[in-house]
Design a protein around this ligand. Structure first.
Ligand SMILES: *Cc1c(COP(=O)(O)O)cnc(C)c1O
Length: 429
């Protein structure tokens, strides 16, 4: 049983990422600091890849989970394609790995003409279309460039997924996709456009889903649609099952990730195998599953305070660095980096940042030993939707990021400086 990805472990009471102590990283690169373990990324990618080995597939890593260029390049080297949701993410893939442009699927409900044109010129694999209006615009952009676009509709299978309401996407009332009942008509319209090629069926039902039943239900509906589309004369070469496979953020609920990957693969491939002839190539868009547990946020304690019976530990990382607790009520495990100087009895404390918002907390009611100002804490499982959701709120520079490979620590994003933040305004004074 692996509670978390390999990479973070205590040696003689000191927390390490692979072969490097977090204390030494904090000393060298300062805090708050995002630390990523390459071993963990490689392992999770391999677990998924292996689980799907029985079917032709491509893992299109979802760039928005963690869009650091060095991480994208590392994933490209592992053989990943990419799932993007903006022109900015497309440029990230281009910078990280130019050959990977042809392995891009482009999702999102609000693609602009500029973004479509950029993607057409870049020769991406597939456009996931989410409305009839978007289809029209893509047809016009493609015609103007005289370039063909391969398209899939992102269909909404209307299955509920047990997850936070903000990250559930596969229900009728959500803004995403087109109703699966309207799909056949839309595919006919698409097929009539000279510069559009019907190529796939796509779906994505939500995020942080660990019960695989909703995936199976969604795939059954998608496979049924693929069969109908085949009888309508369309050639469906790709079935894009989206992302959304979750992780356990709680040490008390450990997860066997190899087994979870296998259950997930079974839920997706059992319906797919019903297609005997012309079985489409499977695309998957995992984000969180690959990078969440590979990352941690290292932060330094600034103050301890007590208001009545409530204990607070004020640290130098805040909601602008890691928004998930404030936005989703997400729970991250927080542990001391050095157990040797922190062996006192544990008591409950809220871990809060310096931002002027009551909602600025990294964790609540954490059983923590007395950690003196200056001590380091580690917020686990922060590799996905951590840095990619970071902001400059309260005019706070965004953290630095380091990528660890064995004993080697490489800074893959330098700490932002005040002048980086202010330049766009200073230029206008
Ligand atoms: C966010 C997103 C993903 C990735 O979701 P995870 O939960 O990180 O796996 C995949 N596809 C689409 C369309 C998304 O919006």
């Amino acid at each position: 049983m692996l509670t978390r990805a390999p990479g973070f472990l205590y040696k003689n009471g000191e927390l390490y990422c692979e072969g490097v102590s977090l204390a030494s990283l904090a000393k060298k690169f300062a805090t708050p600091l995002y630390v990523y373990a390459t071993t963990a990324i490689r392992e999770r990618f391999a677990l998924l890849d292996r689980a799907f080995r029985g079917v032709k597939h491509t893992l299109c890593y979802s760039v928005k989970a963690n869009s650091n260029l060095s991480i994208l390049r590392f994933l490209a080297q592992l053989g990943a394609g990419f799932d993007i949701v903006s022109g900015g993410e497309l440029e990230r893939v281009r910078l990280a790995s130019k050959p990977s442009l042809k392995g891009i699927v482009f999702s999102g409900v609000g693609k602009t003409a500029e973004e479509m044109t950029l993607a057409l010129k870049s020769g991406i694999l597939l456009f996931n279309i989410e409305s009839e209006g978007e289809l029209d615009l893509l047809a016009r952009c493609a015609a103007a460039l005289r370039k063909h676009a391969d398209i899939a509709f992102r269909v909404n299978p209307d299955v509920p997924a047990e997850t936070h309401p903000y990250i559930s996407t596969g229900l009728r009332e959500h803004k995403f996709g087109v109703p699966i009942s309207a799909a056949r008509r839309l595919y006919q319209i698409a097929a009539a456009h000279p510069y559009l090629r019907v190529a796939g069926v796509s779906l994505h039902i939500g995020s942080q889903i660990t019960d695989v039943a909703p995936f199976r239900l969604a795939l059954e509906r998608a496979v049924e649609l693929v069969e109908q589309l085949a009888t309508d004369g369309h050639k469906i070469r790709f079935l894009d099952a989206g992302g959304g496979l979750g992780i356990s953020y709680n040490r008390n609920h450990p997860e066997d990730y190899a087994a979870l990957a296998r259950r997930y693969a079974e839920a997706v491939t059992v319906p797919l195998r019903k297609l005997k002839r012309n079985r489409p190539h499977l695309l998957l868009e995992p984000g969180r599953f690959i990078v969440a547990q590979a990352g941690a946020l290292v932060t330094r304690v600034l103050y301890r305070k007590e208001n009545g019976t409530k204990r607070f530990t004020i640290v130098d990382a805040a909601m602008n660095d890691l928004l998930r607790p404030s936005l989703y009520g997400a729970r991250h495990e927080v542990v001391p980096v050095d157990l040797r100087v922190n062996e006192s009895a544990r008591s409950q404390s809220d871990i809060c940042g310096p931002i002027c918002e009551t909602g600025d907390f990294l964790a609540r009611d954490v059983p923590l030993p007395v950690v003196a100002p200056g001590s380091l804490l580690c917020v686990y499982d922060a590799g996905a939707y951590g840095m990619s959701l970071a902001s400059n709120y309260n005019t706070r520079p965004r953290a630095a990021e380091v990528l660890i490979d064995g004993r080697r620590a490489r800074m893959v994003r330098r700490r932002e400086q005040l002048k980086d933040m202010l330049r766009p305004e200073v230029d206008c004074l």
